[in-house]
Design a protein around this ligand. Structure first.
Ligand code: ARG
Length: 350
């Protein structure tokens, strides 16, 4: 039975369930859901709503579940559960029986999903940060390796003045440094904990929300419960930072495509990062840079999508907000991978 099915007498229509369920993508929040649940169990025990023994039972079972998911993160996908929150509770119930049902006391999937997604975004942003720094380093190495080499600098795509190849590479270092600032700035604002905001109006459970926040590594607890459950600014901010960063990557890629072309011929594509043509043996195609250029379109599309989902939504939670995830998961993954690939292929250019 769904977490909310208690007063329903009819089963869900198959088509409704297939459309409504989010387990097919929010299973990616499993570890975050478990982390938030462990802390919530401790909060319930502290508030004397469950015993310390029950809290320990819940936490041990959650820990086991986390290990099981490390082996197979896609485990929840075919479970038939509605979402990751019901899946975790279902697994606990199978293992512990009635005590598992106590875990959801005083919380809602609305504050839970907002917490899970922030935890996920924080980790994903760290991975992006790592790859962004790798790209900056690769550009610095590229500039150093270029030494005193010069090539034409362009305005209006017409040869304007000679510039050093290193000067070109360092221009992109400046852009990526600003992107790093935007990423860090977005992370500093997202690091606020919604847990304890309940469905919309707070929780009846006397939990210390600042303690919950600290335990989960947040800087502070959210100040307003209506905002806490319905704020997805952090998704927008990271998507905007990704869009601008990938716009820079697309400009760099376009430069490289042109510089490697027969018309310019300033850079040479290494075999290890090029593809050829089965029909035209003279060709060496800059697929990697074309793909990087193309990814920027996909990422910008996700930014526009989330802004449209949020525009005009009344407070507080609305199911529209379930549409915040798939595009965002994809965006953060593509952003990180693109930057990592850029760092990897740059040494194969000259
Ligand atoms: N799957 C839902 C989402 O991602 C979880 C929250 C559900 N809340 C609710 N009131 N139906 O948004």
């Amino acid at each position: 039975m769904a977490m909310w099915g208690g007063r329903f007498t009819e089963a869900s229509l198959e088509e409704f369930k297939a459309f409504n369920d989010s387990i097919g993508f929010d299973y990616q929040l499993a570890q975050q859901d478990i982390a938030a649940s462990k802390v919530w169990a401790a909060g319930l025990a502290e508030a004397k709503l469950i015993s310390q023994h029950e809290a320990k039972q819940l936490q041990d079972a959650l820990q086991q579940l986390a290990l099981k998911l490390e082996q197979d993160p896609t485990l929840p996908v075919d479970s038939g559960e509605e979402d990751i929150h019901s899946w975790v509770e279902g697994q606990l119930t199978e293992q512990l029986g009635a005590v598992a049902r106590k875990l959801h006391t005083g919380r809602s999937r609305n504050d839970l999903v907002a917490t899970d997604l922030r935890l996920w975004a924080r980790d994903a942003a760290q991975a992006v940060r790592h790859s962004l720094l790798a790209s900056v380093q690769a550009l610095l190495n590229f500039a150093e390796a270029a030494g005193g080499a010069v090539m034409p600098g362009y305005t209006h795509l017409q040869r304007a003045q000679p510039v050093m190849v290193a000067h070109w590479a360092l221009a992109y270092v400046e852009m990526l440094k600003r992107d790093l600032g935007r990423l860090d700035d977005a992370v500093s604002r997202l690091n606020v904990c919604p847990l304890g905001a309940g469905a919309l109006a707070g929780t009846g459970v006397p939990v210390d929300r600042s303690w919950l926040a600290t335990e989960l590594g947040f800087d502070t607890a959210a100040a307003n419960s209506l905002d806490a459950v319905s704020d997805r600014d952090f998704v927008v901010e990271l998507s905007a930072a990704a869009s601008l960063c990938m716009t820079h990557v697309s400009r760099l890629s376009e430069d490289v495509v042109f510089f490697c072309s027969g018309e310019a011929g300033f850079f040479k594509l290494g075999d290890a990062i090029s593809s050829g043509s089965s029909l035209m043996p003279q060709k060496k195609n800059p697929d990697v840079f074309e793909l990087l250029r193309g990814k920027s379109g996909r990422i910008l599309g996700q930014l526009v999508a989330i802004l449209h989902v949020l525009k005009g939504l009344p407070l507080a939670y609305n199911k529209d907000m379930q549409e915040d995830k798939q595009g965002f998961f994809d965006l953060m993954q593509q952003w990180q991978q693109s930057l990592q690939v850029l760092a990897t292929v740059l040494p194969h250019l000259p």
